[in-house]
Structures are given as C-alpha cells and as structure tokens.
Design a protein around this ligand. Sequence first.
Ligand code: 5GP
Ligand code: ZN
Length: 113
Amino acid sequence: MDCIFCKIVNKEIPSTIVYEDEEILAFEDVNPVAPVHILVIPKKHIRSLNDLTAEDSELVAKMMLVIQNIAKEKNIADAGYRVVNNCGELGGQAVHHIHFHLLGGREMLWPAG
Ligand code: 5GP
Ligand code: ZN
C-alpha cells in the first residue's frame, strides 16, 4: 500500500519519533506550523475518522492519552494547546491515514481556517 504514514510506521521513511508503543506512533511533523507540531497515529492503517469503528474506541482513547502525555513532556499542557483531525477533502486531509495533530507553543486562532 502506498501510504506515507505506513512507511513511517515501518521505518521505511525516517521520522523524529517522540513516542512509540505496539499500537501507536507519534512523530514530529516535517512541516511544522507551530513550535510544537506532532502527529499521533495508529500503527494500523485507518483511512480517516470516517472509517473508525466501535472496535477502535480503546485505540482512540489511548491516542488521546498519548497526546496528553506528550503535551506534558513538551511543557505546553498548562499553557494550552490544540488537537486537530482533518477529515476528508473539505476537512483538508492530505494524508489518508488517520492522524491527530498536536499543536502548541503559540496562541491558536479561532475560527480555524
Ligand atoms: P493533513 O493535512 O493530512 O491533516 O496533515 C498531514 C501532515 O503530514 C502535514 O502537516 C504534513 O506536513 C505532514 N507530513 C506529510 N508527509 C510527511 C512526512 O513524510 N513526514 C512527516 N514527519 N510529516 C509529514
Ligand atoms: Zn497508512
């Protein structure tokens, strides 16, 4: 399968990994839009938020806790941060392997663009 994030999971494409376990990988975004910009993904290929099922509930909850822990490690937890999922074409999803962006280290604007 020609998926950039599966290749990152398989270490076929290098990345700066900030967290890894059996099911989840977190790595720095190659094109950061904030001082902290980390992508948190499941190792198994799931196309988008539209493709999650009830069986993925625990996995998604674990990803949120990974995000919380990374925010603490990066010292952005108290100041605040943003978690983003872009889903589908209008949502601006460019990589079709579900991922959560952890953005922090600067003030975020709202509404999002
Ligand atoms: P999306 O627009 O799909 O929500 O976000 C995809 C993100 O993946 C973008 O922020 C982009 O910079 C990042 N990205 C794309 N290709 C690579 C890559 O090869 N390595 C890393 N570390 N990030 C990537
Ligand atoms: Zn994939």
